[in-house]
Write a protein that binds this ligand. Structure first.
Ligand code: RNT
Ligand code: ZN
Length: 419
């Protein structure tokens, strides 16, 4: 059995647990998830020839990487066509397009350098999120940007941050959708530093200067992303969890951003989501898959991914949590990497929306922990595949592996023909 009748059967199964799958499907269609442009070209962008720096790493050299804005846009279109659900486009400042407006360094970027992206987004009804790029640039001095003791360097990067606030305002104005602007720096030290507080005080001052750039906080939502360590900066990272969380908590309108690759391996972001939602009206996430470290593997429909989605849904946080994907795998077809990751997160959200959350909560609150365990295990066997299939059908995309044929065709006809 498959198709509509398969779904009708599944729907009745879910009803036995008090779950309305039609409602779950309808709700998910309205929830935006931000798609990171940087999976398409290994975080390279269009404004430099140098290596990827900042303690992050892509590995692999699968053929067909996008090298121009046109190629990247073409690949994003291909990926979008295979993903169900509502999307936003997540851009990094190093994806500025210089042909019409002429080159400008990072500290002098202007909205016109992103006009083509705005056109692209508007034509596809996408909101845009944004990230200043504090890496892969020759003004990163001794691995440092906003924490640099060199005032010239630090001011260059503060100007970059401010330019990005203005560009974020432009995105929000043009698309009519608020822009989430995320600040992440890789600044830190490979070995034991002599001063851990100095860089953090400079970082604090730098972000304060950046956010002093006039903006409407309901349209530009500025986040700070924490990290535990990066490659080459194993001993000390200025933007640690405590630092960024405290910064967000003490500055009106600033959101904390948690990337689930940025914690010690036994820490789970699923447990941190409800903790932060007790205090912050809104938070942001980078959804990735860390394998032993912040390796940024493609997101899968795995236990912790599901658990994160469950927490967002159970906390009634779908409107308070800004969700973005953040990974980069260059060892497989990059478009498939996008599609698998995006579909996995969509599955996790739909799965969470199809849980009998109220019933399970009641069992916990009445201390019926025996039945809670029994039911949590039984609901794992509900026919979720049929609900997913229906969701994909309603969104006009393939539900099964059929989409992969389109990836194969595109690889043969477009990717391998690229210079
Ligand atoms: C790095 C951070 C950061 C980057 C992007 C490209 O560890 O996760 O978010 O991945 O800015
Ligand atoms: Zn991240």
């Amino acid at each position: 059995m498959s198709g509509k009748s398969f779904y009708e059967e599944a729907k009745r199964e879910y009803e036995r647990y008090g779950v309305d799958t039609d409602r779950a499907i309808k709700r998910l269609k309205d929830i935006p998830v931000s798609l990171h442009c940087w999976q398409g070209d290994d975080v390279t962008g269009f404004d430099h020839d140098g290596p990827l720096t900042g303690g992050i790493q892509t590995t692999g050299n699968y053929p067909g990487k996008a090298k121009t804005p046109e190629e990247l846009m073409q690949d994003i279109d291909m990926a979008l066509s295979l993903m169900p659900g509502k999307k936003k486009l997540n851009l990094h400042a190093n994806y500025a397009i210089f042909d019409e407006a002429g080159f400008a360094d990072r500290d002098a970027l202007r909205p016109e350098h992103f006009a083509k992206w705005v056109r692209f987004a508007k034509e596809r009804d996408l909101g845009i999120d944004f990230n200043p790029t504090f890496f892969s640039h020759d003004r990163v001095k001794d691995g440092l940007t906003l924490t640099s003791p060199n005032e010239d360097t630090r001011q260059f990067w503060i100007r970059h941050g401010k330019a990005c606030v203005r560009i974020s305002e432009y995105f929000a104005a043009e698309t009519g959708v608020p822009c989430v602007m995320n600040i992440w720096i890789g600044d830190g030290y490979k070995d034991i530093p002599a001063d851990r507080m100095g860089p953090r005080l400079r970082y604090k001052d730098s972000i304060e200067q950046i956010i002093s750039e006039p903006h409407d906080a309901s349209k530009v939502k500025i986040c700070v992303e924490s990290k535990v360590f990066g490659i080459g900066v194993e001993s000390y990272t200025a933007g640690s969890a405590e630092f960024t969380l405290s910064f967000a908590a003490s500055h009106e309108g600033i959101l904390p951003l948690m990337d689930n690759g940025h914690y010690h391996p036994t820490e789970v972001v699923s447990d941190k989501i409800p903790a932060l939602l007790c205090y912050f009206p809104e938070i942001a996430l980078h959804i990735t898959r860390p394998v032993r470290w912040d390796s940024d593997h493609v997101v899968l429909f795995d236990d912790e991914t599901r658990e994160m989605a469950k927490e967002i849904v159970r906390c009634d946080g779908l409107d308070r949590v800004h969700m973005a994907l953040d990974y980069f795998d260059a060892s497989i077809n990059r478009i498939s990497a996008w599609v698998v990751g995006f579909r996995s997160w969509q599955k996790a959200l739909l799965y969470a929306l199809c849980m009998p959350n109220e019933t399970l909560k009641t069992l916990q609150d009445t201390n019926d922990l025996t039945k809670l365990m029994a039911m949590q295990e039984e609901v794992k066997m509900l026919p979720f595949g049929a609900v997913w299939e229906e969701y994909c059908r309603e969104c006009g995309v393939d539900s099964g592996i059929d989409w992969f044929e389109k990836i194969t065709d595109y690889e043969e006809n477009v990717l391998v023909k690229r210079a």
